[in-house]
Design a protein around this ligand. Structure first.
Ligand SMILES: Nc1ncnc2c1ncn2[C@@H]1O[C@H](COP(=O)(O)OP(=O)(O)OP(=O)(O)O)[C@@H](O)[C@H]1O
Length: 260
């Protein structure tokens, strides 16, 4: 195993607030690594720095051994790091299939539309994109809604489609941000199965922030716990659940059985 993402001594301040305080962590290639912690622990801030939403105040972030500190999200995308995003308003009128196709054809989304004016090339590009998009819709079990406008899909189906858009880009690491929020159990199960099979069969690495502890327990090993801006502990979820420091951080010393 080797390290895909390494965060070294990273601090992020917002004025007088130290949201992330001299933290180091690693996401090893081929893992589904979870990041958990009580509200205000600094998880989102950590994620935003790794995803290139903003730069750390100090410290270094390495992606596959390369210093990517302060690079923007689109630059990290070129390096193979992708984050799931809510489907933008202008894409809600495209069908599920079209939402995937616009990611592949050309590098960015505009180039697909630009390509519409280059008719000779578009035909081959479109066929390839369509084939790939249809395969992904099948993996996501969304084939039956491929011609539905994205705006009409259920919350869970939209989350699957967001993951599909990420898959079209063929990244090496995917940041999953609170995917369970608002998703019903059946679709959440589908989503978890897709993540597991992408990890097992395609070797895709995931870095996951999640409040749903059942999902974390099912998918993630290791799990990293942050509290009050610090990385507190990391390990398998079974150990994390029994760790007295973690229980203290979540529940202020409540009985161990509540840490589930
Ligand atoms: N843009 C900002 N400006 C000022 N303070 C911020 C900003 N973003 C985060 N913070 C503060 O930094 C700390 C960590 O916040 P962060 O959102 O990273 O925690 P979190 O672990 O993701 O919490 P939650 O689980 O509630 O989303 C909090 O005290 C928060 O109020």
């Amino acid at each position: 195993m080797n390290t895909l993402i390494e965060v070294r001594n990273v601090t992020k301040r917002f004025g007088s607030v130290v949201a992330v305080d001299n933290c180091s962590l690693k996401v090893e290639r081929g893992t589904i690594t979870g990041l958990i912690g009580p509200n205000g622990a600094g998880k989102t801030t950590m994620f935003n720095m790794v995803a290139g939403a903003f730069a750390p105040t100090s410290g270094t972030i390495l992606l596959d051994g390369e210093d990517v500190t302060g690079l923007a999200a689109h630059e990290l995308y070129e390096h193979g790091l992708s984050r799931t995003f809510q489907i933008a308003q202008e894409f809600t009128h495209l069908t599920a299939l079209e939402n995937l196709m616009v990611v592949t054809a050309g590098k960015g989304e505009e180039s697909f539309f630009d390509a519409c004016f280059r008719r000779s090339k578009i035909h081959a590009d479109e066929l390839a994109a369509r084939r790939k998009a249809e395969e992904i819709l099948q993996i996501l079990r969304l084939t039956h809604v491929k011609n539905e406008q994205a705006g009409n899909l259920s919350g869970g189906q939209k989350k699957l489609l967001e993951l599909g858009r990420v898959m079209m880009a063929e990244p090496s690491v995917v940041l999953l941000d609170e995917v369970a929020a608002g998703v019903n159990r059946t679709l959440l199960n589908d989503l978890a199965s897709v993540v597991e099979s992408l990890n097992r069969e395609k070797g895709l690495t995931f870095f996951v922030i999640e409040h749903d502890m059942d999902l974390i327990a099912r998918l993630c090993d290791p799990v990293i716990v942050m509290a009050a801006g610090k990385v507190m502990v990391q390990g398998p979820m079974a150990d994390i659940r029994r760790n007295p420091e973690v229980i203290e951080a979540y529940f202020g010393g409540a009985p161990a059985e509540r840490a589930s």
